[in-house]
Ligand binder design. Structure first.
Ligand code: ADP
Ligand code: MG
Length: 209
């Protein structure tokens, strides 16, 4: 059920709270794990209160609102908007296939770029989310199974996070460090990878069953 998948993914953020705080300690103010955990906890409660846990749009909307309302940091505002706008591009007939995922991650990237004005290479969450979106394009997905596509997307996301170590931050708190931010992973890119890995884990276990 969609609600259970979403809750499992949100729980991965609770588990990684300290790790994300430590990353943000190096290039920011040390609260990224706390922000994500606060949003995830509120989102889990909002999902439990939903009448219908099978409606993807409602699930995405509830998570988006929970992040927007309960998280003070930049990431809460950006992830909140991203989830709310993703909710607007799906309906009850949406299949979980590459085309739908391209739409969802397209909406996520657009929402974040509209609000944060960052580009690929600025050392933000977009350096993981853009490669994920691009992995679901029709061109890349031609002749591949869903499982192969997920593996490619997950590898692209992992490489995207790794690449943030080579970048100087141009947006967010880390931007004030400039070149001194090189050598460290971007915390928001790390949380995006955690979320996507957890999602892939849920989908793959569904595929195997
Ligand atoms: P804050 O910076 O308010 O303390 P967090 O620590 O929770 O918020 O989140 C920091 C993360 O937010 C960064 O690692 C980066 O990935 C992301 N971020 C910050 N500014 C932007 C932006 N303008 N566009 C996209 N992502 C951003
Ligand atoms: Mg922070």
């Amino acid at each position: 059920m969609i609600r259970d998948t979403a809750k499992a993914v949100l729980k991965s953020l609770l588990t990684e709270k300290d790790f994300l705080n430590e990353l943000d300690d190096k290039v920011g103010d040390g609260d990224h794990g706390l922000n994500m955990a606060r949003g995830a906890q509120a989102a889990i409660e909002a999902l439990d209160a939903l009448d219908d846990g099978t409606d993807l749009a409602k699930v995405l909307q509830a998570i988006g609102e929970a992040f927007t309302t309960n998280v003070g940091g930049t990431s809460g505002r950006l992830y909140g908007a991203a989830l709310s706008e993703a909710a607007a591009v799906v309906d009850e007939n949406s299949d979980l296939d590459a085309a739908t995922l391209e739409k969802i991650f397209g909406a996520v990237v657009d929402a974040i770029q509209t609000r944060g004005n960052a580009q690929a290479g600025d050392k933000t969450m977009l350096d993981v989310l853009i490669p994920i979106r691009d992995s679901f394009s029709a061109e890349v997905c031609a002749d591949k199974s869903f499982e192969e596509i997920l593996t490619l997307a997950r590898d692209a996301a992992r490489d995207g996070l790794e690449n943030t170590k080579t970048l100087a931050a141009k947006k967010g708190r880390a931007a004030s460090l400039g070149k001194k931010s090189v050598g460290f992973e971007d915390p928001g890119a790390a949380s995006s990878l955690i979320i996507f890995r957890a999602l892939c884990g849920q989908w793959k276990s569904g595929l195997r069953n």
